[in-house]
Ligand binder design. Structure first.
Ligand SMILES: C[S@@+](CC[C@H](N)C(=O)[O-])C[C@H]1O[C@@H](n2cnc3c(N)ncnc32)[C@H](O)[C@@H]1O
Length: 259
């Protein structure tokens, strides 16, 4: 695959269209998620495809489309991307900018559905209905950053998740949102069938860390593949979720100097 150079220690996103967008487009779309996280998540979508996991995806908090466009480019023909947002912040024109950005970067209306609304008020049947009756293989949660809203978004994503699906949580361990981790820990305690698959390290304070979650029965299968796919991005010590351990993927894999 002929992949353009997209920066320091970025993995190949696994799709030429995603690589082209990350190299020449990502920065032109206003948004918050990091390019590193976009490359990792696109490659995880590719991994799902390779493992026979197909179907629609969703992003809660699509904003102007920066991360959404990267995810949508990683889909296979016929797979649908759902963009959910209240589309009122910082002004109602944000929805027009989202549509224009998707159009400019080649994500056509037939490949995506725009849903203007409060994710916290959606029922699983609503979301699955928007996806043509299919469960979701990937949900990126990047909506309202409160403990209560994250708990609701996690419940919605879990109820809509297909076999082999992944849930990605934005702004984890962000200094501005320290209580989100409390919601995540409550969720993991209450849902032992879901485990962290990896942590995607921050790029900057705006491009913060993400957690990727998956079904426990898929963990070993995915991690075995990820050890090879992301061998250059694995921080050696990993993440301790007491007692579960998972990979930490970072652009900077150094350990502390102790001598
Ligand atoms: C941090 S921005 C998302 C950034 C975007 N995902 C990116 O990577 O560029 C958060 C978005 O969540 C949306 N949002 C906030 N509360 C929401 C809710 N209850 N339901 C749906 N979207 C919501 C906001 O309108 C905003 O566009």
């Amino acid at each position: 695959m002929n992949t353009p150079d997209i920066g320091k220690n970025l993995p190949s996103p696994g799709h030429p269209a995603v690589a082209a967008y990350l190299a020449d487009g990502y920065d032109s779309v206003v948004g918050m998620s990091s390019r590193f996280a976009a490359a990792i998540c696109a490659r995880l979508l590719r991994l799902q495809t390779e493992e026979g996991v197909h179907g629609p995806i969703a992003e809660i908090g699509a904003f102007e489309g920066r991360f959404f466009i990267a995810l949508a480019h990683a889909l296979e023909p016929g797979e649908l991307a759902l963009a959910i947002d209240i589309f009122s912040w910082p002004n109602p024109e944000v929805k027009d900018r989202f549509e224009a950005n998707c159009f400019r970067h080649g994500i056509n209306p037939g490949q995506r559905v725009t849903i203007k609304g409060d994710a916290g008020a959606m029922r699983p049947s609503d979301l699955i209905g928007h996806a043509g009756g299919r469960k979701l293989r990937f949900v990126h949660i990047d909506g309202e950053h409160s403990r209560a809203a994250l708990a609701k978004d996690l419940a919605l994503a879990t109820a809509c998740l297909d076999e082999g699906g992944m849930i990605v949580l934005d702004d984890m361990l962000h200094p501005g949102y320290p209580t989100l981790m409390v919601a995540v820990q409550h969720y993991l305690d209450a849902n032992p069938e879901i485990v962290p698959l990896c942590i995607i390290d921050r790029e900057t304070i705006v491009g913060a860390a993400k957690f990727v979650l998956c079904q426990r029965r898929w963990f070993e299968r995915y991690q075995t593949r990820m050890l090879a796919i992301f061998k250059d991005q694995i921080w050696p010590l990993g993440a301790d979720f007491e007692p579960h351990w998972c990979l930490v993927l970072s652009q900077d894999t150094r350990l502390a100097q102790i001598t």
